[in-house]
Design a protein around this ligand. Sequence first.
Ligand code: OOB
Length: 554
Amino acid sequence: MSRDFLLDPELTPWPQTRVDQYISKGVWGEQTLWQWIAEKLTDYGNQTVLSGVSSCNSGEISLSGLALLKNVHFCAVNLQAKGLSKGDKVIVQMANNNEFVVLLFALLYIGVIPVMALPGHGRTEISAFAELTEAKAWFVNDKATSFDVEKLGVDLQVQLPILQVFVEDVAYTQHINLSELFAPSADHAFIEPATVDCGSIALLLCSGGTTGIPKLIPRTHRDYIYNAQASADAANLNSSDVYLVALPSAHNFPLACPGILGALCAKAHIVMAALGAPDIAFAYIDKYQVTVSALVPSLVNAWLEYAQVAVPPGASLRFLQVGGAKLDERIARRIPKELGCELQQVFGMAEGLLNFTQSQDPQVLKYKTQGRPLSEFDEVKVIDEHGNAVAPGQTGQLLTRGPYTLRGYYRNRAANKAAFTADGFYQTGDLVRQLRTGHLMVVGRIKEVVRRAGEAVAVETLEALLVEHESIQDIAVVGLPCKLLGEKTCAAIVLSKGAPQGIELSEIRQYLTEQGVARHMLPDTMSYVTSIPMTAIGKISRKKLAQEIQTKQS
Ligand code: OOB
């Protein structure tokens, strides 16, 4: 049994041979995440590291490296005074504000392990996280959530009397006010950072699936530091960069790919946008001369649309990273022209593996592919349904293992059995093609393919074509149960403003046929919707959509 396993039974260890390899090759260092952060912040000195909304000061503030260190220290002392200590698990569900950063760093300081929940997570997800981790605290900017936080807090405390709930709303008398955590106090003595092993769990990320409750992904100190550092290199970040956090900050993409932690590596300036909506984000870009940000494709569409009617973002923007879902090639090509910046595609997952396109890649690869694995130590395989490697360029499931890819989910035997091969490869569930250059093209997800009369219908291909139709503003294609076909294909359509007369199914089928789509791929039914439901990070929630359509039709 490896040493890591003994240290932390909630973490499935890498085999000792790999541990030795990653250490000897310098991939994994010896620091804890907090030691690494403290070193970086000290390096900033009086230089600004963080700007953004402060929920406590109800305004925007900027902090230097040293000021942030001081605030983190105050917060760590306050957290300790609330009884939290090394090894405890807590749920962090904060909006994009400075306190998110202060709280996260302070938790790492005292060795408390945060579950990185998103503001979009609801009652079901938070309850599941609390129960699974036996959380000692839940920190929530309740104004950013869409459910009754006070009630859930009280309900959870019935099961978990140890749970402390920290909220923003002072009217919630049952709970503790978040601002107590950030208040400086004169009698606070210095506390030593917790002594933790760099191979143990630093934080728990939430898996990004579009079906079911997110699983928890243990990320160790040394693997997450590597993740951030290698991503900062892949994005060529430097000290004159200003990184805008436009996606929910607890998501792996804006947190460490390179995101907040990667910006620290490069001594760049981090700006927390309250929201990624273009009217807000463009104002931040101008105000802080932002050079780089990360978006999901649905947000790219919103930025492009807004840039047509308002002034596009300023010239400071050097490049945009786009990932989280497939970026349509036609949209990709519009980014340089209409937003005036380069595109970097990022195909990543909270489980680990990251792929980036690079600025020196040929244009065609930048627009058509989702990039190449980040690390020379990433192992990737593309396999068919029998587990055999497919020929280069053919579609198959992506499997991976490497120095920053998990070996097992947190406390989830069933998922671990289903998602990992005996030799430790994570079965991503993503259907990809790998080009001879090593670049990956994401084709879809195994579970999102509609199985219609035994044939696989790749819904994203249909969506990419249909979104170009003048009557369609937004579109998602889902499978619905069908006695005859097993599953039938349904196009859920948000009509564009210029098409009040609607669109017929026959027109849609005709349009797709003209684009060369095979007959079995054509939608069997259609349904009008007012909007496409999204997950907490902004991916199409196919499960919710199928449910909505079925409810409407029953
Ligand atoms: C990112 O992470 P998650 O954990 O929210 O979602 C991972 C899944 C992938 O398995 C894949 O199905 C999909 O999201 N995905 C993409 C994609 N990037 C992620 N599908 C197509 N094209 C892409 N570029 O979404 C994530 C984590 C770190 C960086 C970027 C994204």
